[in-house]
Design a protein around this ligand. Structure first.
Ligand SMILES: NC(=O)c1ccc[n+]([C@@H]2O[C@H](COP(=O)([O-])OP(=O)(O)OC[C@H]3O[C@@H](n4cnc5c(N)ncnc54)[C@H](O)[C@@H]3O)[C@@H](O)[C@H]2O)c1
Length: 407
Protein backbone atom coordinates (compact mmCIF):
# COMPACT_ATOMS: atom_id res chain seq x y z
CA UNK A 1 0.00 0.00 0.00
CA UNK A 2 1.27 3.48 -0.85
CA UNK A 3 0.75 5.82 2.11
CA UNK A 4 -1.29 8.96 1.47
CA UNK A 5 1.17 11.51 0.21
CA UNK A 6 -0.38 14.60 1.73
CA UNK A 7 -1.95 14.06 5.11
CA UNK A 8 -4.07 16.52 7.01
CA UNK A 9 -6.03 15.77 10.17
CA UNK A 10 -9.18 13.90 9.27
CA UNK A 11 -11.73 16.70 9.10
CA UNK A 12 -14.47 14.73 10.83
CA UNK A 13 -12.43 15.00 14.03
CA UNK A 14 -12.55 18.78 13.68
CA UNK A 15 -15.98 19.55 12.32
CA UNK A 16 -18.17 16.84 13.75
CA UNK A 17 -19.23 13.41 12.59
CA UNK A 18 -22.50 14.38 10.95
CA UNK A 19 -20.90 15.59 7.74
CA UNK A 20 -20.99 13.35 4.69
CA UNK A 21 -17.44 12.42 3.83
CA UNK A 22 -16.49 12.28 0.15
CA UNK A 23 -13.70 10.89 -1.95
CA UNK A 24 -13.24 12.36 -5.42
CA UNK A 25 -11.57 9.94 -7.83
CA UNK A 26 -9.78 11.63 -10.71
CA UNK A 27 -7.90 14.92 -10.48
CA UNK A 28 -8.02 15.84 -14.16
CA UNK A 29 -10.30 18.28 -15.94
CA UNK A 30 -13.54 17.66 -14.08
CA UNK A 31 -12.64 15.99 -10.77
CA UNK A 32 -11.29 19.14 -9.06
CA UNK A 33 -14.45 21.00 -10.09
CA UNK A 34 -16.55 18.40 -8.28
CA UNK A 35 -14.19 18.54 -5.29
CA UNK A 36 -14.51 22.33 -5.06
CA UNK A 37 -18.30 21.97 -4.80
CA UNK A 38 -17.90 19.38 -2.02
CA UNK A 39 -15.72 21.84 -0.13
CA UNK A 40 -18.33 24.57 -0.63
CA UNK A 41 -20.94 22.62 1.31
CA UNK A 42 -20.99 22.89 5.10
CA UNK A 43 -22.64 19.46 5.37
CA UNK A 44 -19.87 17.69 3.41
CA UNK A 45 -16.18 17.07 3.86
CA UNK A 46 -13.51 15.95 1.44
CA UNK A 47 -11.84 12.87 2.92
CA UNK A 48 -9.36 12.42 0.06
CA UNK A 49 -8.80 12.43 -3.65
CA UNK A 50 -7.57 9.45 -5.63
CA UNK A 51 -5.37 9.91 -8.67
CA UNK A 52 -2.28 8.14 -9.92
CA UNK A 53 -0.91 10.93 -12.12
CA UNK A 54 1.89 13.40 -11.42
CA UNK A 55 -0.78 16.09 -11.05
CA UNK A 56 -2.30 14.40 -7.98
CA UNK A 57 -0.07 15.86 -5.22
CA UNK A 58 -0.58 19.43 -6.38
CA UNK A 59 -4.35 19.04 -6.60
CA UNK A 60 -4.46 17.38 -3.16
CA UNK A 61 -2.45 20.22 -1.73
CA UNK A 62 -4.71 22.83 -3.32
CA UNK A 63 -7.75 21.06 -1.90
CA UNK A 64 -6.03 20.51 1.46
CA UNK A 65 -6.85 16.84 1.50
CA UNK A 66 -5.23 13.40 1.37
CA UNK A 67 -4.17 11.79 -1.88
CA UNK A 68 -4.17 8.08 -2.65
CA UNK A 69 -2.84 6.50 -5.83
CA UNK A 70 -5.78 4.14 -6.13
CA UNK A 71 -8.91 3.03 -4.31
CA UNK A 72 -7.25 -0.06 -2.83
CA UNK A 73 -4.75 2.19 -1.03
CA UNK A 74 -7.56 4.31 0.36
CA UNK A 75 -9.44 1.26 1.64
CA UNK A 76 -6.24 -0.16 3.16
CA UNK A 77 -5.55 3.18 4.88
CA UNK A 78 -9.04 3.21 6.39
CA UNK A 79 -8.75 -0.43 7.50
CA UNK A 80 -5.31 0.09 9.06
CA UNK A 81 -6.45 3.19 10.95
CA UNK A 82 -9.90 1.89 11.89
CA UNK A 83 -11.52 4.71 9.95
CA UNK A 84 -14.90 4.51 8.28
CA UNK A 85 -14.74 4.49 4.51
CA UNK A 86 -15.99 7.73 2.96
CA UNK A 87 -19.78 7.63 2.70
CA UNK A 88 -19.80 8.93 -0.87
CA UNK A 89 -17.62 9.06 -3.95
CA UNK A 90 -17.53 11.14 -7.09
CA UNK A 91 -15.94 9.22 -9.95
CA UNK A 92 -14.27 11.47 -12.53
CA UNK A 93 -11.78 9.16 -14.21
CA UNK A 94 -11.62 8.16 -17.89
CA UNK A 95 -14.64 6.34 -19.29
CA UNK A 96 -13.14 2.84 -19.45
CA UNK A 97 -12.37 2.88 -15.69
CA UNK A 98 -15.89 3.63 -14.43
CA UNK A 99 -17.28 0.13 -14.05
CA UNK A 100 -14.40 -1.24 -12.00
CA UNK A 101 -14.38 1.85 -9.76
CA UNK A 102 -18.14 1.67 -9.34
CA UNK A 103 -18.09 -2.01 -8.40
CA UNK A 104 -15.31 -1.45 -5.86
CA UNK A 105 -17.26 1.38 -4.26
CA UNK A 106 -20.61 -0.42 -4.24
CA UNK A 107 -19.01 -3.52 -2.71
CA UNK A 108 -18.17 -1.33 0.31
CA UNK A 109 -21.53 0.40 0.48
CA UNK A 110 -20.20 3.75 -0.80
CA UNK A 111 -22.78 5.90 -2.60
CA UNK A 112 -21.59 7.28 -5.89
CA UNK A 113 -21.99 10.12 -8.31
CA UNK A 114 -20.46 8.65 -11.44
CA UNK A 115 -19.45 10.73 -14.44
CA UNK A 116 -20.96 9.78 -17.76
CA UNK A 117 -20.88 7.48 -19.63
CA UNK A 118 -21.60 5.08 -16.80
CA UNK A 119 -19.86 2.20 -18.58
CA UNK A 120 -18.35 1.37 -21.96
CA UNK A 121 -20.98 -1.22 -22.83
CA UNK A 122 -24.69 -1.61 -22.05
CA UNK A 123 -24.11 -4.99 -20.38
CA UNK A 124 -21.48 -3.58 -17.99
CA UNK A 125 -23.72 -0.58 -17.40
CA UNK A 126 -26.71 -2.74 -16.49
CA UNK A 127 -24.51 -4.94 -14.28
CA UNK A 128 -23.19 -1.95 -12.35
CA UNK A 129 -26.73 -0.66 -11.85
CA UNK A 130 -27.87 -4.08 -10.59
CA UNK A 131 -24.86 -4.37 -8.31
CA UNK A 132 -25.48 -0.93 -6.78
CA UNK A 133 -29.09 -1.90 -6.25
CA UNK A 134 -28.09 -5.19 -4.59
CA UNK A 135 -25.73 -3.32 -2.28
CA UNK A 136 -28.36 -0.66 -1.50
CA UNK A 137 -26.06 2.03 -2.79
CA UNK A 138 -27.25 5.30 -4.32
CA UNK A 139 -26.11 5.76 -7.90
CA UNK A 140 -26.45 9.16 -9.54
CA UNK A 141 -24.99 9.69 -13.00
CA UNK A 142 -23.32 12.97 -13.96
CA UNK A 143 -25.55 14.15 -16.77
CA UNK A 144 -25.43 17.41 -14.86
CA UNK A 145 -27.17 19.42 -17.59
CA UNK A 146 -30.47 18.14 -16.22
CA UNK A 147 -29.78 20.53 -13.33
CA UNK A 148 -29.13 23.52 -15.57
CA UNK A 149 -31.75 26.27 -15.10
CA UNK A 150 -32.11 26.72 -18.88
CA UNK A 151 -33.11 23.08 -19.18
CA UNK A 152 -35.38 23.15 -16.15
CA UNK A 153 -37.16 26.19 -17.64
CA UNK A 154 -37.37 24.46 -21.02
CA UNK A 155 -38.98 21.38 -19.50
CA UNK A 156 -41.37 23.48 -17.43
CA UNK A 157 -42.62 25.37 -20.50
CA UNK A 158 -42.85 22.57 -23.04
CA UNK A 159 -46.59 22.28 -22.51
CA UNK A 160 -47.00 25.69 -24.15
CA UNK A 161 -45.97 24.18 -27.48
CA UNK A 162 -49.04 21.98 -27.67
CA UNK A 163 -48.43 18.70 -29.47
CA UNK A 164 -44.66 18.20 -29.70
CA UNK A 165 -43.69 17.44 -33.28
CA UNK A 166 -39.97 17.86 -33.86
CA UNK A 167 -36.64 18.98 -32.47
CA UNK A 168 -33.51 20.36 -34.08
CA UNK A 169 -30.23 20.54 -32.21
CA UNK A 170 -26.52 21.20 -32.48
CA UNK A 171 -23.46 20.64 -30.33
CA UNK A 172 -20.59 22.01 -32.37
CA UNK A 173 -17.20 23.42 -31.46
CA UNK A 174 -13.52 22.93 -32.20
CA UNK A 175 -11.42 21.12 -29.60
CA UNK A 176 -7.79 22.22 -29.71
CA UNK A 177 -4.96 19.70 -30.29
CA UNK A 178 -3.85 20.05 -26.64
CA UNK A 179 -7.15 18.53 -25.48
CA UNK A 180 -6.15 15.26 -27.15
CA UNK A 181 -2.42 15.36 -26.67
CA UNK A 182 -2.51 15.92 -22.91
CA UNK A 183 -4.88 12.99 -22.22
CA UNK A 184 -4.33 10.04 -24.59
CA UNK A 185 -7.60 8.28 -23.61
CA UNK A 186 -9.52 11.08 -25.31
CA UNK A 187 -8.11 10.02 -28.66
CA UNK A 188 -8.57 6.29 -28.16
CA UNK A 189 -11.85 4.72 -29.22
CA UNK A 190 -11.04 1.67 -27.05
CA UNK A 191 -10.68 3.85 -23.96
CA UNK A 192 -13.94 5.72 -24.53
CA UNK A 193 -12.65 8.67 -26.57
CA UNK A 194 -14.49 10.38 -29.42
CA UNK A 195 -17.09 13.09 -29.27
CA UNK A 196 -20.05 10.71 -29.60
CA UNK A 197 -19.33 9.08 -26.25
CA UNK A 198 -17.89 12.15 -24.52
CA UNK A 199 -20.30 14.86 -25.73
CA UNK A 200 -23.21 13.61 -27.83
CA UNK A 201 -24.26 11.33 -24.97
CA UNK A 202 -25.08 14.45 -22.91
CA UNK A 203 -27.34 15.83 -25.64
CA UNK A 204 -29.08 12.51 -26.24
CA UNK A 205 -29.68 12.28 -22.50
CA UNK A 206 -31.20 15.77 -22.54
CA UNK A 207 -33.35 15.12 -25.59
CA UNK A 208 -34.73 12.02 -23.87
CA UNK A 209 -35.19 13.98 -20.65
CA UNK A 210 -37.23 16.56 -22.56
CA UNK A 211 -39.08 14.41 -25.09
CA UNK A 212 -38.98 10.84 -23.79
CA UNK A 213 -37.24 7.75 -25.15
CA UNK A 214 -35.62 7.76 -28.58
CA UNK A 215 -36.84 4.79 -30.60
CA UNK A 216 -34.80 4.91 -33.81
CA UNK A 217 -31.70 6.66 -35.12
CA UNK A 218 -29.91 7.08 -38.40
CA UNK A 219 -26.41 8.53 -38.32
CA UNK A 220 -23.85 9.70 -40.85
CA UNK A 221 -20.30 10.03 -39.56
CA UNK A 222 -18.84 13.46 -40.22
CA UNK A 223 -15.76 13.39 -42.39
CA UNK A 224 -12.70 13.30 -40.17
CA UNK A 225 -10.21 16.13 -40.56
CA UNK A 226 -7.63 15.45 -37.84
CA UNK A 227 -4.47 13.85 -39.13
CA UNK A 228 -2.11 14.58 -36.25
CA UNK A 229 0.10 11.57 -35.63
CA UNK A 230 0.07 12.36 -31.88
CA UNK A 231 -3.34 10.70 -31.67
CA UNK A 232 -3.67 6.99 -30.89
CA UNK A 233 -6.33 6.59 -33.49
CA UNK A 234 -8.49 8.99 -35.36
CA UNK A 235 -11.51 8.98 -33.06
CA UNK A 236 -14.84 10.16 -34.39
CA UNK A 237 -15.31 13.89 -34.83
CA UNK A 238 -19.08 13.73 -34.74
CA UNK A 239 -22.14 12.74 -36.69
CA UNK A 240 -25.32 14.03 -38.30
CA UNK A 241 -28.37 12.24 -36.91
CA UNK A 242 -32.02 11.80 -37.58
CA UNK A 243 -34.06 10.65 -34.62
CA UNK A 244 -37.49 9.26 -33.97
CA UNK A 245 -38.91 9.33 -30.45
CA UNK A 246 -41.40 6.84 -29.04
CA UNK A 247 -43.98 9.64 -28.73
CA UNK A 248 -43.84 10.23 -32.48
CA UNK A 249 -41.58 13.31 -32.42
CA UNK A 250 -38.80 13.43 -34.97
CA UNK A 251 -35.51 15.25 -34.77
CA UNK A 252 -32.23 16.13 -36.40
CA UNK A 253 -28.98 16.71 -34.57
CA UNK A 254 -25.44 17.66 -35.55
CA UNK A 255 -22.54 16.93 -33.21
CA UNK A 256 -18.99 17.92 -34.12
CA UNK A 257 -15.88 18.63 -32.08
CA UNK A 258 -13.92 19.83 -35.10
CA UNK A 259 -15.78 22.76 -36.63
CA UNK A 260 -15.43 26.42 -35.78
CA UNK A 261 -18.77 27.15 -34.19
CA UNK A 262 -20.24 28.52 -30.96
CA UNK A 263 -23.52 26.60 -31.26
CA UNK A 264 -23.32 24.30 -28.28
CA UNK A 265 -24.81 23.95 -24.85
CA UNK A 266 -21.77 25.16 -22.90
CA UNK A 267 -21.31 28.39 -24.90
CA UNK A 268 -25.01 29.18 -24.83
CA UNK A 269 -25.51 28.59 -21.11
CA UNK A 270 -22.11 29.74 -19.80
CA UNK A 271 -22.03 26.82 -17.39
CA UNK A 272 -18.53 25.57 -18.23
CA UNK A 273 -15.58 27.78 -17.30
CA UNK A 274 -13.47 26.30 -20.12
CA UNK A 275 -15.93 27.36 -22.85
CA UNK A 276 -16.50 31.11 -23.33
CA UNK A 277 -20.07 32.22 -22.63
CA UNK A 278 -21.77 33.78 -25.63
CA UNK A 279 -25.07 35.34 -24.61
CA UNK A 280 -26.15 36.00 -28.17
CA UNK A 281 -26.48 32.32 -29.02
CA UNK A 282 -29.99 31.33 -29.95
CA UNK A 283 -31.39 27.96 -30.75
CA UNK A 284 -28.81 25.28 -30.11
CA UNK A 285 -32.08 23.44 -29.58
CA UNK A 286 -35.35 24.33 -31.30
CA UNK A 287 -38.41 22.42 -30.21
CA UNK A 288 -41.37 22.58 -32.56
CA UNK A 289 -44.96 22.05 -31.53
CA UNK A 290 -48.47 22.49 -32.90
CA UNK A 291 -48.86 25.80 -31.01
CA UNK A 292 -45.37 27.20 -30.84
CA UNK A 293 -41.63 26.77 -31.11
CA UNK A 294 -39.26 27.10 -28.19
CA UNK A 295 -35.69 28.18 -28.82
CA UNK A 296 -33.04 27.17 -26.25
CA UNK A 297 -31.09 28.71 -24.54
CA UNK A 298 -32.53 32.11 -25.46
CA UNK A 299 -35.87 30.74 -24.22
CA UNK A 300 -37.93 32.55 -26.81
CA UNK A 301 -41.33 31.09 -27.41
CA UNK A 302 -42.52 31.70 -30.97
CA UNK A 303 -46.29 31.57 -31.19
CA UNK A 304 -49.27 33.02 -32.99
CA UNK A 305 -49.91 36.58 -31.91
CA UNK A 306 -52.95 35.88 -29.73
CA UNK A 307 -51.86 32.52 -28.37
CA UNK A 308 -49.59 32.97 -25.36
CA UNK A 309 -50.90 30.61 -22.73
CA UNK A 310 -51.26 31.55 -19.09
CA UNK A 311 -49.05 29.62 -16.67
CA UNK A 312 -52.14 28.58 -14.77
CA UNK A 313 -53.94 27.06 -17.70
CA UNK A 314 -53.04 24.00 -19.70
CA UNK A 315 -55.97 24.63 -22.06
CA UNK A 316 -54.66 25.16 -25.56
CA UNK A 317 -56.46 27.37 -28.06
CA UNK A 318 -56.82 25.92 -31.52
CA UNK A 319 -54.04 26.78 -33.99
CA UNK A 320 -54.63 29.95 -35.89
CA UNK A 321 -54.13 30.43 -39.62
CA UNK A 322 -52.62 33.86 -38.91
CA UNK A 323 -49.08 34.16 -40.22
CA UNK A 324 -48.16 36.70 -37.52
CA UNK A 325 -45.73 34.76 -35.39
CA UNK A 326 -44.62 36.59 -32.24
CA UNK A 327 -41.74 35.75 -29.98
CA UNK A 328 -42.08 36.06 -26.22
CA UNK A 329 -39.22 35.56 -23.81
CA UNK A 330 -40.28 33.11 -21.11
CA UNK A 331 -37.39 34.13 -18.87
CA UNK A 332 -35.02 37.02 -18.72
CA UNK A 333 -31.55 35.76 -19.62
CA UNK A 334 -30.15 37.57 -16.59
CA UNK A 335 -32.02 35.12 -14.37
CA UNK A 336 -29.49 32.47 -15.33
CA UNK A 337 -26.26 34.41 -15.68
CA UNK A 338 -24.33 32.02 -13.45
CA UNK A 339 -25.93 28.60 -13.62
CA UNK A 340 -24.45 26.15 -11.11
CA UNK A 341 -25.60 22.74 -12.33
CA UNK A 342 -22.71 20.92 -10.61
CA UNK A 343 -23.66 22.46 -7.26
CA UNK A 344 -27.33 21.57 -7.80
CA UNK A 345 -26.37 18.06 -8.86
CA UNK A 346 -24.30 17.65 -5.68
CA UNK A 347 -27.15 19.00 -3.57
CA UNK A 348 -29.44 16.40 -5.11
CA UNK A 349 -26.86 13.65 -4.43
CA UNK A 350 -26.59 14.73 -0.79
CA UNK A 351 -30.37 14.75 -0.50
CA UNK A 352 -30.54 11.22 -1.91
CA UNK A 353 -27.96 10.05 0.64
CA UNK A 354 -29.73 11.68 3.58
CA UNK A 355 -33.15 10.56 2.35
CA UNK A 356 -34.41 14.12 1.88
CA UNK A 357 -35.13 13.13 -1.74
CA UNK A 358 -35.91 9.66 -3.05
CA UNK A 359 -36.42 10.05 -6.81
CA UNK A 360 -33.04 10.00 -8.58
CA UNK A 361 -32.96 12.78 -11.17
CA UNK A 362 -30.44 10.98 -13.39
CA UNK A 363 -30.53 7.29 -12.57
CA UNK A 364 -28.45 4.41 -13.83
CA UNK A 365 -31.31 3.48 -16.16
CA UNK A 366 -31.38 7.03 -17.57
CA UNK A 367 -27.65 6.76 -18.25
CA UNK A 368 -28.11 3.32 -19.78
CA UNK A 369 -30.81 4.66 -22.10
CA UNK A 370 -28.39 7.38 -23.28
CA UNK A 371 -25.67 4.77 -23.81
CA UNK A 372 -28.08 2.56 -25.77
CA UNK A 373 -28.75 5.51 -28.08
CA UNK A 374 -25.02 5.95 -28.65
CA UNK A 375 -24.78 2.22 -29.41
CA UNK A 376 -27.51 2.63 -32.01
CA UNK A 377 -25.71 5.65 -33.50
CA UNK A 378 -22.48 3.66 -33.79
CA UNK A 379 -24.30 0.67 -35.33
CA UNK A 380 -26.01 2.96 -37.80
CA UNK A 381 -22.66 4.44 -38.82
CA UNK A 382 -21.20 0.94 -39.23
CA UNK A 383 -24.10 -0.48 -41.21
CA UNK A 384 -25.27 2.61 -43.08
CA UNK A 385 -28.80 1.75 -41.94
CA UNK A 386 -31.28 3.19 -39.42
CA UNK A 387 -31.20 1.35 -36.10
CA UNK A 388 -33.78 0.77 -33.40
CA UNK A 389 -32.50 1.61 -29.92
CA UNK A 390 -32.37 -1.47 -27.69
CA UNK A 391 -34.58 -1.52 -24.62
CA UNK A 392 -33.07 -2.05 -21.19
CA UNK A 393 -34.78 -5.43 -20.77
CA UNK A 394 -33.01 -6.70 -23.92
CA UNK A 395 -29.60 -6.24 -22.25
CA UNK A 396 -27.99 -9.19 -20.43
CA UNK A 397 -26.35 -8.89 -17.03
CA UNK A 398 -22.69 -9.85 -16.75
CA UNK A 399 -22.73 -12.07 -13.65
CA UNK A 400 -19.02 -12.89 -13.95
CA UNK A 401 -18.27 -9.19 -13.68
CA UNK A 402 -20.54 -8.73 -10.68
CA UNK A 403 -19.10 -11.75 -8.85
CA UNK A 404 -15.56 -10.39 -9.07
CA UNK A 405 -16.16 -7.58 -6.65
CA UNK A 406 -17.81 -8.98 -3.55
CA UNK A 407 -15.62 -8.34 -0.51
N1 LIG B 1 -20.11 16.18 -16.86
C1 LIG B 1 -19.26 16.84 -17.63
O1 LIG B 1 -19.54 17.94 -18.09
C2 LIG B 1 -17.93 16.26 -17.95
C3 LIG B 1 -16.93 17.07 -18.48
C4 LIG B 1 -15.69 16.49 -18.75
C5 LIG B 1 -15.49 15.15 -18.49
N2 LIG B 1 -16.51 14.40 -18.01
C6 LIG B 1 -16.33 12.97 -17.73
O2 LIG B 1 -15.51 12.90 -16.56
C7 LIG B 1 -14.59 11.83 -16.69
C8 LIG B 1 -13.17 12.39 -16.57
O3 LIG B 1 -12.93 13.25 -17.66
P1 LIG B 1 -11.72 14.29 -17.60
O4 LIG B 1 -11.76 15.03 -18.87
O5 LIG B 1 -11.74 15.03 -16.30
O6 LIG B 1 -10.50 13.27 -17.62
P2 LIG B 1 -8.97 13.61 -17.34
O7 LIG B 1 -8.19 12.66 -18.17
O8 LIG B 1 -8.72 15.07 -17.46
O9 LIG B 1 -8.79 13.23 -15.79
C9 LIG B 1 -8.93 11.92 -15.32
C10 LIG B 1 -8.00 11.73 -14.12
O10 LIG B 1 -8.20 10.41 -13.63
C11 LIG B 1 -6.94 9.86 -13.27
N3 LIG B 1 -7.04 8.42 -13.35
C12 LIG B 1 -7.21 7.66 -14.46
N4 LIG B 1 -7.31 6.36 -14.14
C13 LIG B 1 -7.18 6.30 -12.81
C14 LIG B 1 -7.17 5.22 -11.89
N5 LIG B 1 -7.36 3.96 -12.29
N6 LIG B 1 -6.99 5.49 -10.57
C15 LIG B 1 -6.80 6.75 -10.17
N7 LIG B 1 -6.81 7.84 -11.00
C16 LIG B 1 -6.99 7.59 -12.30
C17 LIG B 1 -5.96 10.45 -14.25
O11 LIG B 1 -4.65 10.46 -13.72
C18 LIG B 1 -6.52 11.85 -14.48
O12 LIG B 1 -5.91 12.82 -13.63
C19 LIG B 1 -14.88 11.17 -18.02
O13 LIG B 1 -15.74 10.09 -17.80
C20 LIG B 1 -15.59 12.23 -18.82
O14 LIG B 1 -16.49 11.68 -19.77
C21 LIG B 1 -17.71 14.93 -17.71
Amino acid sequence: MNPPCYVTPHPSSIRGPEKISFVVIGAGLIGPRHAAHVLDRPDCELFAIVDHSAKGPLVAQQLNTMLFQNLDDLFAHCDANLLNYPAAAIVATPNHTHVRMGMQLAARGIHMLMEKPLAPSPSECKSLIAYCHAKNVTLLVGHHRRFNPYIIATKDHLYKLGQLVAIQGTWTLCKPPAYFLEKPWRSSTALGGGTLLINLIHDLDLLQYLLGPIEKVYAELLTKQRTDSGHHDLVDEGAALTLRFENGCCGTFICSDNVTSPFLFEAGTGENPTVPFNDSIAGFYRIFGSHGTLSVPDLKLYHQEHELHQESSLQLPSPSPSPNVKDSPIHRMNDFKKPQPFALQLEHFVNLITGAETAVKCSGDDALRALLCIEAVVKSIETGLPQYVDKIDQIDLDFDLMNQFDV
